[in-house]
Design a protein around this ligand. Structure first.
Ligand code: FAD
Length: 367
């Protein structure tokens, strides 16, 4: 889509896509900061968000940077239309490429299900392998249902970012509720755990929570979505070769501490399209600044070792007096002062203890 927008400057590009069609398979949310991309596609925004744990409820006014939602169906339709209008882009649906490209001179050879391609550059968004324990410090697994209820059960003005459930089996578990009307919402069960978990395991728990906690009788299910996002990839090789780069989640697209990836991927796509239209090679996603990586890594290690502390830690973060600092932190652009505020909001004992263990440990992941 970013290349398509560049008209005649767009280099000749072939898009290989195994999908035959695009379904409404996900919902992208992010903070509506001034630098947020694709705001025209936003279909719902919340000026208030809440976090709940252990009988406490914290509601925050985020009018300055609302929590915003783009349905995948809107995004896919916009992207496909833009692509079809640029004759320099060739979209090959129902085509896939497995294995590694072969280098021949200054070109690659790619054997797709529709024949051989010889591109100069490759932007590769294919998953490296199915999610596995220890490929990430933690996995954020979720299973969501968009539901319609007979009665008015939701407040469309306020999104529930985290409604914590009791920690079991070292798993941090919470509900994420995005109401789009008084009767309709996306209700998602989310788990942070060392192992990725599939919808088969999560959906029955979600149905039980809907009935017992939210008192929603079997609702009308409009659609379902699920996924497992890496939080702190163990090894990112987002540039296997200067002319073959990995993008999206396998290229480190997700922010370790939150799993937020959409805006990061959009920013990279814009930058990468800019380089390609100048005849330059594509760029890999940027690595986060050192201080952000260090903070995310320590935070995830604390969560992995002390899952029972998660509700308190998140409540403290959302209780920050300057909530904008938290939004900047989550949106990858915190200042040093923001980082200091966040560090000061957290209990030092847990973090210093974990820092000591990390420094002493040689086997980082299993310690
Ligand atoms: C249900 C769900 C909800 C999410 N919600 C949010 C959110 O609210 N906020 C947020 O920031 N992030 C969210 N994410 C995370 C992230 O933004 C998305 O996963 C995003 O789509 C990742 O982009 P990607 O390019 O890595 O993967 P994808 O968008 O899945 O794109 C990968 C592409 O590679 C293609 N491909 C796969 N195999 C092959 C092959 N062999 N040959 C050729 N092509 C292939 C696929 O068909 C696909 O088109 C969510 C993820 C999911 C799954």
């Amino acid at each position: 889509m970013r290349l398509a927008e560049r008209g005649e400057q767009c280099p000749q590009t072939t898009i290989i896509e195994p999908r035959e069609s695009y379904d409404h398979d996900r919902t992208w949310c992010f903070w509506g900061t001034p630098s947020a991309q694709l705001s025209a596609l936003v279909r719902h925004r919340w000026n208030r968000v809440q976090v709940m744990a252990d009988g406490h409820r914290l509601e925050v006014d985020c009018t300055a940077t609302p929590y915003e939602m783009i349905p995948a169906s809107v995004f896919y339709a916009t992207a496909l239309k833009a692509i079809s209008q640029n004759h320099r882009l060739r979209f090959c649906g129902g085509t896939s490429f497995d294995g590694e490209p072969v280098r021949r001179g200054d070109r690659w050879e790619i054997s797709t299900t529709q024949g051989m391609l010889r591109p100069r550059w490759i932007v590769d968004t294919r998953p490296l392998r199915p999610p596995q324990r220890d490929d990430a410090l933690l996995w954020q697994s979720f299973c969501g249902l968009e539901i319609h209820c007979e009665t008015e059960c939701f407040n469309p003005e306020c999104a529930t970012l985290m409604d914590f459930l009791p920690t079991t089996d070292q798993r941090i578990m919470f509900l994420y509720v995005l109401p789009t009307s008084t009767r309709q919402a996306l209700v998602e069960l989310t788990v942070f755990a060392p192992d990725p978990l599939g919808p088969d395991m999560l959906q029955p728990i979600l149905m039980q929570v809907l009935a017992e906690r939210l008192k929603i009788a079997p609702p009308q299910v409009i659609r379902a979505e699920s996924g497992s996002l890496p939080m702190g990839l163990s090894s990112i090789r987002n540039r296997p070769h200067p002319d073959w780069i990995r993008a999206g989640l396998p290229g480190g697209g997700a922010r370790p501490a939150s799993g937020f990836a959409f805006q990061r991927i959009q920013r990279w796509a814009d930058q990468c399209a800019g380089l390609l239209t100048q005849g330059l090679r594509p760029c890999a996603p940027r690595t986060d600044p050192w201080r952000l990586r260090a903070m995310d890594d320590l935070f995830l290690r604390v969560l992995r070792r002390h899952p029972e502390a998660a509700p308190d830690l998140f409540l403290r973060l959302f209780a920050l007096r300057d909530f904008a600092a938290m939004v900047r932190f989550l949106s990858d652009c915190p200042s040093w002062t923001d980082c200091r505020r966040i560090i000061c909001a957290l209990p030092p004992g847990l973090f210093l203890g974990e820092l000591g263990k990390t420094l002493l440990s040689t086997n980082n992941f299993r310690s």
